[in-house]
Design a protein around this ligand. Sequence first.
Ligand code: EAX
Length: 346
Amino acid sequence: MSKKLIALMLCLIMALTLVAGCGRGGAAQTTAPAAGGTEAAADGQTLTIRIGHVLAPTHPYQVGLEHFAKLVDEKSKGTMKVEVFHSSQLGNERDMVEGLQLGTLEMALVSTAPLASFTKDFLVFDLPFMFKDTAAARAAVDSEIGQKMLDGLAAKGIKGLCYWENGFRSVTNSKLPIETPADLKGMKIRTMENPVHMDSFAAMGADPTPMAFGELFTALQQKTIDGQENPLPIIDTSKFYEVQSYLSMTQHFYAPAPILIAQKFYDSLTDEQKKIIEESAKEARDFERDLCDKSNAELVTFLEGKGMKINYPDKAPFIEAVQSVYEKYTGDIPAELITAVQAFSK
Ligand code: EAX
């Protein structure tokens, strides 16, 4: 066979291999065509997994995800790489959840609140003053009840791996210390896009304004809203202290943060790769929760040092004001489920 013909045949084979490779891998971002798993290892190929979140690069979400990436890299002996995207680079939380469903994104770390656009299963965790403290909240989300909610996401094309932590949310604003619900009257408070959150702030007298997290700092800076509510690590790392004068420690919601993976992408992994992802997600969860604990212990002093005026209102009047929210949502949220979750705070 002439040399020319051999060269032509080789080019044809290489071209066909490249074309075949581009069609596979689905949502998985691979450095070469791979069915994933040991095949990838055998061929020395790397499986790349992208995970997005909306918070700052200094927030426990990010630091925890960098730890997750390190664990995955170590456990997979370098055959699986996790790329972490902070600050809404891959879209807001709703966009990223849709990306998991469409197969355009492999993983996301979000609060449960925006999941209300996809399922009502998590609403019980979004009820106001649901947990007496962090230990009760973590016990509830890590229980069979919390696992059942994660399992329910399968019907939406998503696998919930476990719950990381966003934390207890308190109100900041630019006008005055919030001592009673009356102080919230007519105040434009940004909430997450969640009906329970919006109804809770309406019941407390505020004017709830749902908004994606990525737009929040600018809205506060331009005073198109008066205030917002988030845990201290977010008030710190998103620098809300630069545009908000008052922090009132209402701790009205606890926000769990489920770490999610696209079901189709998860199904494409080998059993070994699945085990690595699941184990690493749980180990990094405990790491991230510890980071939240350390931050919360220091941040009141830090935020006072940044000029925020911090008050600790009596929660009883706020709890009284939101009873109507429990009445409204009991039904949508089974009464026995509310009772079961409240039992973790007894
Ligand atoms: O999940 O939107 C919010 O206020 C949340 O705290 C944020 O998205 C992190």
